[in-house]
Design a protein around this ligand. Sequence first.
Ligand SMILES: Nc1ncnc2c1ncn2[C@@H]1O[C@H](COP(=O)(O)OP(=O)(O)OP(=O)(O)O)[C@@H](O)[C@H]1O
Ligand SMILES: [Mg+2]
Length: 348
Amino acid sequence: MSRVHIQGLNITFGGHEVIRHLDLDIHAGEFLVLLGPSGCGKSTLLHSIAGLNPVSGGRIDIGGRDMTHAEPSARGVGMVFQSYALYPHMSVRDNLAFPLKMAGAPKAEIAARVARAAGMLQLEPLLDRRPAQLSGGQRQRVAIGRAVVREAGVLLLDEPLSNLDAKLRAELRRELKLLHARLGNTMVYVTHDQVEAMTLATRIVVMHQGEIQQIGTPAEVYEQPRNLRVASFVGSPTINRLAGRVQDGRFHCGGIGLPHAAADGTALTLGVRPEHVLIGDGQPFEGRIQLVEPLGNQHLLWIEAGGTLLCAVLPGQPQLALHDGVRFGFDAARQLWFDEAGDRLAHP
Ligand SMILES: Nc1ncnc2c1ncn2[C@@H]1O[C@H](COP(=O)(O)OP(=O)(O)OP(=O)(O)O)[C@@H](O)[C@H]1O
Ligand SMILES: [Mg+2]
């Protein structure tokens, strides 16, 4: 396992700055997830660690050595691409062995490493098949295996599960987590799926337009988002956002009013996660059910209140029906306040 240390990284494509003066310290042995919307620069950052992008400025150290301009093969990293990129004319065994053959490894060692990777990824029964004779999930396992055989200190994965259906994705996600526990190497994983990020990561890096918004454990990013952007990107259904102003010691948004100590006229946004919306007769606000979505073990209530639409998540089966009136409030301890620029206020 290796530490990856990135300092002041700049990456420019055709005069357009895609990564802007980025600092990132990836701890040895951690499962770091790069999370962010499409086009924010996740793949570009990952590819720069792999040595697949020319770097315009800054420095990348891998395992304590300056690798900023080193050849990809000299970096001690394995890479898994979203498109499986398997050799169609080769068997699974030969696909797995290929990177080791290219590196000039002795035959016996190649066989031993291929056997080890195949065992870990349940590929043994498939070793003599060709990629066309495999399912999508099996192909992706081979692609992961081909990076694993290198037994590199750092494994880089770019949306490796996005071509799979939901059930297979969840299954392979668990396998990846177990694989990381077994290998103990450093993993850097790119996704725009916040569920993958939350379930896999030891730390999540939330990116936006080539810059890091926040780095933290899944719990930190979820419970203490640095700004509205992070709060909105992490969590499903999305956090409720109520934009309003303070007047006479109260924050007002539509028909919702809450005590707040900020000066008159201060613009604020209140963020409340759907599980922190409370429903019951004793609650202070009144709304109307606009939509009910049963999910089996829980259900979502969409509530219209004074021109604002709020989502509440509740356990079990729905007790309220469409157009019913409903009383609701917010868990006071879980309210998140953001200023006009979208930054979270440490002391609301
Ligand atoms: N080789 C390239 N030449 C020019 N522009 C590029 C190149 N590669 C990426 N870009 C641009 O850099 C930005 C970041 O792209 P990148 O592929 O890193 O995004 P991403 O976060 O991985 O998005 P996605 O989730 O869609 O894969 C985009 O605006 C993209 O158009
Ligand atoms: Mg990408």
